[in-house]
Design a protein around this ligand. Structure first.
Ligand SMILES: [Fe+2]
Length: 371
């Protein structure tokens, strides 16, 4: 039988090193713009780690940010791992524990997590994930810079269990200031002038109520949380009350949006292609998508309850291109509003967008009054 030609045979050097590494793991690889439910996509055994896993290659983040699923079998433990990159881990489903420590003999911290928890493992710390339930698996999403890092340092062994790399000792805040316990307000954490909620562990981002509003979009409060001593990764998002949506904006690649609950959709389309059709991304709990470089995106809550979206993103100075101004409601394509209203009508949900938004460019959409 004739052997199937290897399309990469003569071009092996153009396959990104990260892709070659994940292909060697023989776990499922999903290539897509969005995943409607990360809780149910196919995973496969990763024997070395003693867990199931899958990689999602988001079209918008190719060769840049890693989005990888770890599934811990019921009552199981993932093999302890030392990783050379800062890693954000978001809990998609299940209940479990993480133990994290700084090398041999290092003091161990253990904390429990649940759906919608988010925690941070600083580079070069060792950590172990375990499932606290005996009847169901637990699923987690990892977000880090591994694809970009491997394009510079191609040896996988540099990034895992590297004995030459030491943790940065003060990254957890020190003995007196355990940031795995609760978020603390730190003045100057976000910019020189503005403070932020700093933590390595957020127990439930669906209900975490430390939000802030700005003048023009006060009705859609901001979530903006900081990780201790880390400038390379950020967490953000917004609260979307029922029957509302955010204006379109764009920026560079790398941002990933995860949906902790509710029901709605997002639109994505290229900034510099006036003829492009808008991609409709349906979402609910467990959905994830990544707006590609220089694509507008906007998010609509068409469900009967308030919800929020969580963004994981690289630092602004690392994004491969600059962000630009968004499209104000007054200059929005009327199709956007029509599509939004059609989806609301299907569900019998009221449109809560003030009509002045579409006619008055200076209209300030303040927070709803408590009456
Ligand atoms: Fe964005």
């Amino acid at each position: 039988m004739q052997k199937k030609a290897d399309p990469w045979k003569d071009y092996w050097w153009i396959v990104p090193r990260y892709e070659r590494w994940i292909e060697s793991l023989e776990i499922p690889i999903h290539r897509t713009y969005y995943v409607e439910d990360l809780r149910t996509i196919e995973v496969g055994p990763w024997e070395d780690r003693e867990c199931n896993a899958a990689v999602v290659i988001l079209e918008g983040n190719k060769d840049f940010m890693e989005t990888r699923i770890t599934e811990i079998p019921p009552a199981g433990k993932v093999r302890a791992t030392k990783f050379a990159m800062d890693d954000i881990i978001y809990v998609l489903s299940g209940y479990g524990m993480t133990t994290v420590w700084a090398g041999e003999g290092g003091k161990k911290r253990t904390f429990e997590w649940q759906p919608h928890s988010l925690f941070f493992i600083p580079r070069n710390y060792t950590y172990q994930l375990s499932n606290a339930q005996g009847h169901e698996p637990a699923r987690l999403l990892h977000y880090n810079y591994l694809p970009m890092a491997m394009s510079i340092i191609p040896e996988p062994e540099y990034f895992f269990e590297n004995p030459a790399l030491e943790p940065t000792t003060d990254i957890m805040g020190g003995e007196e200031h355990d940031l795995y316990s609760e978020a603390k307000w730190v003045q100057g954490a976000r910019t020189r002038r503005s403070g932020g909620w700093v933590a390595s562990f957020f127990p439930d981002l669906m209900s975490f109520d430390k939000v802030h509003s700005n003048e023009h979009l006060g009705a859609l409060p901001n979530l903006s949380y900081c990780l201790p001593n880390i400038t390379s990764l950020k967490i953000g998002g917004r609260v979307l009350p029922s029957g509302t949506y955010k204006p379109a904006h764009y920026h560079g690649a790398g941002a990933v949006i995860v949906i902790p609950g509710g029901e709605g959709f997002s639109l994505m389309w290229p900034v510099f292609d006036d003829s492009a059709e808008k991609m409709v991304v349906p979402w609910h709990e467990g959905s994830m998508f990544g707006p590609p470089n220089l694509w507008y995106h906007q998010h609509m809550n068409t469900g009967p309850t308030d919800t929020r979206y969580i963004t994981l993103h690289p630092a602004r100075h690392i994004e491969p291109s600059y962000s630009g101004s968004g499209i104000p409601f007054t200059r929005e394509d009327p199709w956007v509003r029509q599509r939004f209203e059609a989806e609301l009508a299907k569900r019998g949900v009221k449109n809560q967008m003030p009509p002045e938004l579409y006619t008055d460019p200076d209209f300030k959409w303040g927070p709803p009054r408590a009456d």
